[in-house]
Design a binder for this molecule. Structure first.
Ligand code: UGC
Ligand code: NI
Length: 178
């Protein structure tokens, strides 16, 4: 086992639009709705925007379903990823909570990589999120039981997945608060 020179134990904080703003938008029925359909429906309008990169590589927005196995905690965090060419939205199809791990970027030797000092873990219950393009995030972290999420992200040319694997001597883990 390599010696550990970075130890980070993350516990979740509640997800709010303000706290998530540096990473993207919260998708929930919040703010003042527009009454539509002859007053029978509240439209919570333009909660988030789909980013598709620049023409001619724009591609298209697609809708998928992720059926995610629950994660067992505590769990090690060995990598982060991001999508340079488009946003990615996770809209929970159940009331099951899930975790969101994000961080800001820093430049090391001219290369952008996740900044571990800004790793932020959110506990989400009911609300969806839309990651900005290029937002460092951990792949989906479902909890408790197999959970479906509706995904809105980009399909198109170019490489839209950048992964960064932390050094083995870093010990980063996520825990549910005691
Ligand atoms: N790779 C993939 O489709 N999923 C990830 O992007 C993720 O954020 O879960
Ligand atoms: Ni992703």
């Amino acid at each position: 086992m390599a010696a550990t020179d970075v130890t980070i134990q993350l516990t979740p904080q509640p997800l709010t639009a303000e706290r998530f703003a540096p990473f993207g938008e919260l998708v929930s029925a919040r703010g003042k709705p527009i009454m539509i359909n002859n007053g029978t429906t509240e439209r919570y309008h333009n909660l988030a925007q789909v980013t598709l990169g620049d023409a001619p590589q724009a591609g298209q927005g697609i809708i998928s379903i992720f059926r995610a196995e629950p994660r067992l905690l505590p769990m090690p965090i060995t990598m982060m990823e991001r999508h340079p060419l488009g946003s990615q939205a996770f809209l929970p199809a159940s009331a099951e909570p899930y975790l969101i791990l994000v961080c800001l970027s820093k430049t090391v030797d001219g290369e952008e990589q996740p900044d571990p000092a800004t790793l932020t873990l959110f506990y989400a219950e009911g609300a969806g999120i839309n990651y900005k393009a290029n937002c460092w995030h951990h792949p989906l972290l479902a909890l408790n039981q197999i959970s479906d999420f509706w995904i809105v992200d980009r399909l198109g040319p170019g490489n839209n997945l950048q992964e960064f694997f932390f050094p083995e001597r870093w010990d980063i883990s996520i825990h549910l608060a005691d």
